[in-house]
Design a protein around this ligand. Structure first.
Ligand code: TTP
Length: 200
């Protein structure tokens, strides 16, 4: 399939993902999925992020019934934070954000992001994930409260944003930075090659 005719559809309401996917330099359409993010208890972190990224892409595929959309490829993505096997999604409230940051403080955790591409024409599907290790510096209760008061943690897995004020909390990372922000663009480029889309 010639790449010129292919349109990418980002199945996401995340402003970070919208900014990052623009790096590909391809025409992008944004269509949030709004799926439920519950998963079976026994799923591993990689099953969670791959499963949810697939769920998001497939939910948007259901909406794209116009024949003009047939050559589109839908991109879904999901990010979680994992500390010693404990999975953290987005905090439900400021209390939970504080609890998450207390646990992450002074420790190294892993950020898992799953990415799925689904082509509408033949339902060809590619799913994979990436893991980045992140070490957060030790924070006092007062520092945590001040950060939570910025409002920044509320829409982010693990209650921090490495790309914003949260950068001040992070001591080091090992692996892909963009994976932490929510869309590992080089992994996405590798997936798109499987659809004959070459970037760059
Ligand atoms: C760890 C971390 C997460 N995040 C964000 C990325 C994701 O937007 C969010 C995790 O929630 P997700 O459920 O992966 O995504 P979302 O609900 O924001 O968007 P959508 O499902 O519509 O695609 O956390 C950061 O922005 N910075 C960080 O440092």
């Amino acid at each position: 399939m010639p790449s010129a005719a292919t349109q990418l559809v980002l199945a996401s309401a995340s402003p970070r993902r919208q900014e990052l996917i623009a790096l590909l330099g391809l025409p992008i359409r944004i269509l949030p999925s709004h799926v439920e993010e519950d998963t079976p208890e026994d799923w591993t972190p990689s099953q969670i992020v791959e499963g949810l990224s697939l769920r998001k892409a497939l939910a948007v595929k259901e909406k794209l019934t116009n024949p003009a959309d047939v050559s589109s490829i839908i991109v879904g993505s999901d990010t979680i934070v994992v500390l010693n096997g404990k999975v953290m999604g987005k905090p439900r409230d400021e209390h939970e954000a504080r609890l998450m940051l207390e646990q992450l403080s002074g420790n190294t955790h892993e950020v898992f992001t799953g990415v799925t591409c689904v082509r509408i024409s033949d339902a060809k599907t590619v799913t994979s994930h990436r893991v980045t290790k992140v070490r957060m510096r030790s924070l006092s209760a007062e520092q945590i409260s001040r950060y939570v008061d910025t409002g920044e943690p509320m829409d982010k897995a693990g209650a921090y944003g490495i790309q914003e004020i949260g950068s001040l909390l992070i001591e080091s990372i090992e692996g892909c930075y963009f994976n932490v922000v929510g869309l590992p663009v080089s992994l996405l480029a590798v997936q798109l090659e499987q659809f004959d889309i070459k970037i760059p």
